[in-house]
Each structure stands twice: as C-alpha cells, then as structure tokens.
Design a protein around this ligand. Structure first.
Ligand SMILES: *[C@@H]1O[C@H](CO)[C@@H](O)[C@H](O)[C@H]1NC(C)=O
Ligand SMILES: CC(=O)N[C@H]1CO[C@H](CO)[C@@H](O)[C@@H]1O
Length: 484
C-alpha cells in the first residue's frame, strides 16, 4: 500500500522523461555553441545563447534608434575595435574603425569575400541557381554600364523632369506633408521610369505594392512559415519577377517592331548590350537584376533623401546656404528651363551637405564579409568561415577623424575631405556600392527642386529616429511647408 505513493501516472513519467531529455539537449546545444567560440587568440566578446546569439541585443539597440550602441558598448567594454559575437546563428567578428575598413576593403577576394545572410538567397533566389554572392559578383561587372556617369548623363533629362512632376503632384499646394512617404514614392517612381519606363500611376502602384511586402520581409525575422512577413516577401518577390518577365518579353517584341527605343531606359540597354564575351543577358537574369537593383536602391536612397529634409528643416543656417547656391543656378536660367548636367558641378556646397547627412545617418549601417582562410588581424586570429561585419557608423562617429562627431558640419568635406576609409556610406574597395553616382545625381536634383520651392519646419521637433535596418524618422517626418 505504501508503494502506491511512489507510483507515478504513466503520463507524468513520460513528461518527466521528456523534460529531462529537453534539458540535456539544451545543455549539449549550449556547450556546442560555446565550444565553437573557443580557440587561441580569438577576439574578445560574448556569444549569447545558441542560435539566437546576440541577435536580439543587436536588433533591439537598432529599434531604439542607436544601432551603434550595440557596437560602442562592446568596443569600450572589451577595449578592442575587433570583437566576436554570434548573430543570426553565425560566428561573427565585428570590425570597427578605419584600419578595419581598410583591411576588409583591400583584402576583398584575398582574405575575405562578400557574404549575405542566407535569408537573402531565399527572397532573391536566382533562376540560374547561383547564390546571391555569385549573382552580386556578376551583377557588379554589368552594373557600371547602366549606372556609370555617361549613362546617367543620358538619362539626366528624365531625372529632372520626373522630379519636377513629383513636386508638382505631391508637394505643391500642400501645407503639410509626410516627407518619408513622399521620398519613398519619389524614389520608386523615378526608378520605375528609369528602369522599365513605367509612367502610368496605376502600373507603378501595381509594381510597388509587392515591393513594400518584400521590403518589410527583408527586415523581419527570417522565419519561412505561411503568414510570416518573411514568407510573404518570398511570394511577393516571385510576383514581381513574373511581372518584370512579362515586361521584358513585351519589350523584346516592341524593340524588334520599332515600337520601343533602344535608349529609352535601362531595360532596353540591358537587352541590347552584350557582355565582354559577346553574350546577351537572359530574360530571367534581367528580371532578377532589375528586381535586385530596385530593392537595393529603394530604401537606401529614400532614407538619404528623408534625412536631407530632416537636417535642412532643423538647421536654418545650412538651409540658407543651400538655398543661396541653388538659387544662383535658378537665376542663371530662363523660366522653365531644365537643369543641365553641368549645373551639378555648381552644387558643391549642397553635395557637402548631402555627404554630411550620409555621415550622420548612413542608410546602410554595415555589411558582412566571410573569412576565406584563417588570418590574423590586430593580434587576433579569425578562423576560416567566420563572418565579419563592418560598420559605417562606428567610423563615421570617431572623434579622431570627425571632431565633435555629433555636430552637423558640411565643412568636413571641403578641400581634401575626410581621411581614406573613414567616410564609408557606400562601402569601399572593389565591392564599393556602384550606386554612388546615381545617389549623387538624384540627391542633387531632388535638393534643387525642393529648396527652390519651399522652406519647411518639422512638425515634431524632437522626432526620434529608429533604425530597422534603415534609419527612419519614427513618425514619418511630417513637415510644414512654406512656399517661396
Ligand atoms: C504614395 O504612393 C502610394 C502608392 O502609390 C499612394 O497610395 C500614396 O497616396 C502616396 N502618398 C502620397 C502622400 O502621395
Ligand atoms: C563604435 C562607435 O564609435 N560608435 C559610435 C556611433 O555613433 C554614436 C553617436 O551616435 C557614438 O556615440 C558611438 O560611439
């Protein structure tokens, strides 16, 4: 009878067994996670929990508007510009500062190569079944043809016209606007015109809807399960690719029949320009490339433009100087005359201001590389296969190179400008973002059209910035407009 008291119900026994099994597996997981990070001379740092690592800390510091805090906390704690951590299940070392940037950018394809988190491959699977890395490498060879200076020069008239009509439709005759939304609409519309000649608002909306889904998915947790933002992004990307595919097929017909111009946009250019071996791009490759370019250019450029509106709205003396420079160009023209390519050369101060905005709020916080082999940097061993993360902010805010780093001062870009590898909004080395010229041209045309029409003030003077993963004003930057 006494025995009965020690007799457990079979379900409880099963449960107990399950719990202890779980505990043991967790311990093993934990131990294995830690042991992956032990070795001689590894950089200092904490590695957090298995799988998650320190991803949560990294993302949450970004959401509160201080993505650099994750880095600066650890740099000061370990007194080292190189530290290890575990992000999205990858063994990662952070590389901060200009010496680190120089090392990574100059050892491209020797000691390190570009690496994207595997979720990127899922949203942008290449039809050729190559990885995003190989695709990006191929792309880079082709891309300069489409966004380098002489091509941009060819499309310059379109850029100015599209910008004017954007301001006429969306800014003029309004007292208050949401700057962030307008900058996104502008950037997308301009790209749709330049890449595939979309002009009808209905067509643009049709293409832009799934784009917003893709963008939301890229910045979400990569959990591929029906209903998650990530899952929706994969589906939306397929939809866009299908639409692009249709446009490409139609364009081929139109070109053959003389109903489209070979120079009207980047799509025609891609269809008609062979690579160095004389082969033409496949339709599916073109669809992938245009999708990639639209996504890559969209968030980064709209973030840059939004922060120009923000800083000019906050700093009247900077605004006045930009206004003066742009109005000299306006006065040199007949009424209604479009901007000319040469006018960009007269926008030196405006470009210094734009660069200072890119320093203060770099649209791309940083990017990954992968170690191709074991190597030693700053006395630390980095094992082959580790991921390396370089950060733009951590160098942009170093007082050694940018005295009073939190002060907005376009003067930093006068003369020779910042020391090499300290100003890196576009990365550097062979993998430098090929969109930098496009950014410069569009940004200056946008600033010209904006300041010649309006002065403005922020509706919320203390509006916060969140970084997720692109810097964004928390309330969408509403501004009150004052027409000149
Ligand atoms: C931005 O574009 C979207 C989609 O076309 C549109 O619904 C929205 O009204 C636009 N925003 C503004 C402020 O014009
Ligand atoms: C690592 C590093 O230097 N991070 C800096 C990023 O920018 C902030 C200011 O916004 C600095 O406080 C950090 O030190």
């Amino acid at each position: 009878m006494v025995m009965e008291q020690y007799y457990f119900h079979p379900i409880i026994t099963l449960l107990l067994g399950f719990v202890s099994l779980l505990a043991i597996s967790l311990l093993v997981l934990f131990y294995r996670h830690r042991s992956q990070f032990t070795g001689n001379n590894l950089p200092p740092g904490k590695v957090g929990y298995p799988v998650i690592g320190e991803s949560y800390d990294f993302v949450s510091s970004a959401w509160t508007g201080h993505p650099e805090k994750f880095i600066s906390d650890r740099v000061s704690k370990h007194s080292s510009q190189v530290f290890k951590t575990s992000l999205i299940g990858e063994r990662t070392a952070f590389f901060c500062g200009n010496a680190c940037n120089k090392f990574l950018f100059t050892n491209e394809n020797k000691l390190v190569k570009v690496w994207f988190p595997s979720c990127v491959d899922k949203i942008f699977p290449s039809s050729a079944e190559t990885s995003a890395v190989e695709e990006a490498t191929k792309m880079r060879k082709m891309l300069p043809n489409f966004v380098k200076l002489d091509a941009l020069q060819r499309y310059f008239g379109i850029i100015d016209q599209s910008t004017q009509s954007h301001f006429a439709d969306s800014w003029e005759n309004r007292k208050e606007v949401l700057a962030f939304e307008l900058c996104k609409n502008y950037t997308f519309k301009l790209a749709a015109r330049l890449f595939v000649s979309l002009e009808d608002q209905k067509d643009i909306d049709k293409l832009s809807k799934p784009f917003h889904v893709v963008n939301a998915g890229i910045t979400s947790m990569p959990i591929d399960f029906p209903g998650t933002p990530f899952n929706k992004a994969i589906k939306a990307a397929k939809l866009i690719r299908k639409d692009l595919y249709k446009m490409i097929k139609q364009r081929k017909i139109d070109l053959a029949e003389g109903n489209a111009s070979p120079t009207q946009d980047i799509l025609s250019h891609m269809l008609l320009t062979p690579d160095e071996h004389g082969t033409y791009l496949k339709e599916s490759d073109i669809a992938d490339k245009i999708l990639g370019l639209l996504v890559a250019g969209f968030d980064t450029l709209s973030a840059a433009l939004t922060f120009i509106v923000k800083y000019l709205g906050e700093l009247p003396h900077i605004y006045d100087a930009v206004y003066k420079e742009q109005m000299e160009i306006v006065y040199s023209k007949a009424p209604g005359e479009l901007l000319k390519w040469e006018d960009l050369q007269k926008m030196k101060y405006s470009w210094n201001v734009a660069q200072e905005v890119l320093r203060m709020a770099p649209p791309v916080q940083g990017a990954f590389r992968e170690a191709l082999t074991d190597f030693v940097f700053n006395g630390f061993t980095i094992p082959k296969g580790w991921k390396l993360y370089w950060s733009a902010n951590s160098t942009h805010k170093m007082a050694d190179f940018f005295p009073e780093p939190d002060k907005f001062d376009p003067g930093r870009f006068e003369g020779k400008g910042p020391a090499p590898y300290t100003f890196v909004p576009f990365g550097g080395g062979p993998r430098m973002c090929p969109g930098n010229e496009y950014t410069r041209v569009v940004t200056l045309v946008f600033m010209h059209n904006l300041v010649k029409r309006f002065k403005w003030e922020k509706v919320f003077p203390d509006e916060k910035t969140v970084v997720a993963p692109f810097p964004t004003p928390a309330k969408g930057l509403p501004v009150r407009l004052f027409h000149h």
